[in-house]
Design a protein around this ligand. Sequence first.
Ligand code: ZN
Length: 257
Amino acid sequence: MVIDRLFSGLRRLREERTLRRRAIPDDLWNLTVARYPFLSNRSADDLAGLRELATLFLAEKEFTGTQGLAITDEIAVAIAAQACLPILRLGLDHYNGFVGIVVHPDEVVARREVMDEDGVVHHYDETVTGEAMEGGPVMLSWHDVATAGESAEWGYNVVIHEFAHVLDTGDGAADGIPPLPDRAARDAWAAVIDAEFNAFCGQVDAGEDTLLDPYGAEGVDEFFAVASEVFFVAPGDLRLEHPALYDLFSGYYKQTP
Ligand SMILES: [Zn+2]
């Protein structure tokens, strides 16, 4: 216990030093918040907490640009601010499983392979704007990150999508169930999200227009990620159309955006 307290005390000192020495400059922070309505809508308290988390996030994570993209402060802060929104009340420890963030100028074509039931491997190309690999880097398209202010209107946000996957896989399984305190909490979560997911797949199959990206019908893990996007960037819409999901997420994320 004494040792635990010593370590958490030392850690707090280290964090305070990072916050002092590597604070995000006022101008850059204000510009970042202003370009994303789902950030500028937040209370002054939320934004102060988000700025601290983003500062610590920037000190811990390693950014790499591809295809000649230089990682500017503008890019790094835009990503950090959005990535830290889901963990505003959960803490940065939830992102301990990875260090690298790879930023492409735009969407990329990823070569995929699948094996069919006869054991034959098929190759195909998939265009992706982001990807979160377990323990590996989080990949993002800067074009999609940069335009997240406009795309919030239709509930699209690549950063929140990929970091929702990071949270989901925090317990080792990509199953739409983030780490929860106990079995009862996991069962309660599964009951709500499975019912919502099944109803959603029915709507998508019927060709109905949906608030959530139809991509969410690919699996319950994708459903959790696309619903998390809407929870943070168009929360009023989610509360109206999926109140049970909104309540589930506000309990987990400890936020009512
Ligand atoms: Zn996904």
